[in-house]
Design a protein around this ligand. Structure first.
Ligand SMILES: *Cc1c(COP(=O)(O)O)cnc(C)c1O
Length: 361
């Protein structure tokens, strides 16, 4: 069976070269006589793997000195709660921008933990098909932070700009577009991302936090929920997701060897253009998102009649293309085309889409 083109939103496709290297090193990592999975997380072999992964991530994102990089567990979903628990620091309100399903979950979590949650802006009026321009944002008076969802994985809406928050710490969920383009980390108080979209296997969550925001939770959060614990222990307070960190490290190395994040961005622009240009030229398929806010990572599209969806998906599967079914909340299809999706996969999809539309016309 040849490998399929996997358009899943997450866990998502990984670079084939990374999987091949992991396979090669599976039974004996670098002459250690063991698999990375079997290593003590406190042994020198694994410490070197984790340190190299962190160093490579710092290089890729050009993370400013002083910022902490944490390798945690619990997914982006746990961060929805840790962020208010740690960053409220006695202030009265937090600000969130509502752009869809993932913002909604972050907001719901904050509502349970912050005295007041202000929706600085919302795209609900047009069904979450755009990013509210900064000029429409209404920040509260002295909020603890401003939170936004850099890429709505389900709605296919992405910020192609960094919001301006002045002195207020800017916090962003980058689960589905981190490492897809260069990023000015210095603009952020905290960045978080689950690994299983654009980094590596599920089980690893990356948090990048400005040092002055660590250890300010009021009341002090429980040990496991306090960023200070993980900063102090260098993400080794308890057993970290060792194998996921190792694979993420291989992904970082591959990105560094293929032009860094500028290279990734160039490839992602080219891939997204293949699909959006096709959609724009088609009167069979449709994408509801404002052109300027279209995601380069997740491309939702609909067929003229949902009754055709099952046949479309079956035909795609026969041609080696899987996981194209859209999220149940929006219906239709969704092609996730993260860093690891080759342009050949996007071309194969577009060619099948054209064939399918012609067969119905
Ligand atoms: C997938 C996703 C999440 C949830 O991630 P988990 O690792 O399942 O907790 C949160 N935010 C965004 C933008 C996502 O794409």
């Amino acid at each position: 069976m040849p490998r399929v083109f996997n358009f899943s939103a997450g866990p998502a496709t990984l670079p084939e070269e990374v999987l091949a290297q992991a396979a090669e090193e599976m039974l004996d990592w670098h002459g250690s006589g063991q698999s990375v999975m079997e290593m003590s997380h406190r042994g020198k072999e694994f410490i070197s793997i984790a340190a190299e992964a962190e160093a490579d991530l710092r290089t890729l994102l050009d993370i400013p000195d002083g910022y902490h990089v944490l390798f945690l567990q619990g997914g982006a979903t746990l961060q929805f709660e840790l962020i208010p628990m740690n960053l409220m620091r006695g202030k009265r309100s937090v600000d969130y921008v509502h752009t869809g399903e993932w913002a909604k979950k972050a907001i719901a979590a904050a509502r349970g933990l912050a005295p007041s949650v202000n929706l600085a802006a919302s795209a609900e009026d047009r069904g979450f098909t755009y990013v509210p321009p900064q000029s429409t944002w209404r920040l509260s008076d002295d909020p603890a932070y401003v939170h936004y969802t850099a890429n709505e994985t389900i709605g296919g809406v992405e910020y192609h700009w960094i919001p301006e928050a002045g002195d207020v710490p800017l916090v962003s969920d980058m689960s589905s577009n981190i490492l897809s383009k260069p990023l000015d980390v210095s603009k952020f108080g905290l960045i978080y991302a689950g690994a299983q979209k654009n980094i590596g296997p599920a089980g690893l969550t990356i948090v990048i936090i400005r040092p002055d925001l660590v250890g300010l939770g009021v009341p002090t959060p429980p040990l496991m929920m306090d960023y200070a614990t993980h900063v102090k222990s260098e993400s080794m307070h308890n057993t970290p997701p060792t194998y996921a960190i190792y694979i993420a490290g291989l992904v970082f190395k591959r990105l560094l060897a293929t032009g860094g994040l500028a290279g990734a961005e160039e490839r992602n622009i080219a891939k997204a253009a293949v699909l959006y240009d096709f959609l724009d030229a088609s009167d069979f398929y449709a994408n509801p998102v404002d052109v300027a806010d279209r995601s380069r990572m997740n491309v939702p599209f609909t067929l003229p009649d949902p009754a055709l969806d099952a046949e479309f998906l079956a035909g795609a599967k026969e041609r080696g293309m899987v996981q194209l079914k859209g999220h149940r909340s929006v219906g239709g299809m969704r092609a996730s085309i993260y860093n690891a999706m080759p342009i050949e996969g996007v071309r194969a999809l577009v060619s099948y889409m054209a064939e399918f539309a012609a067969s119905k016309g």
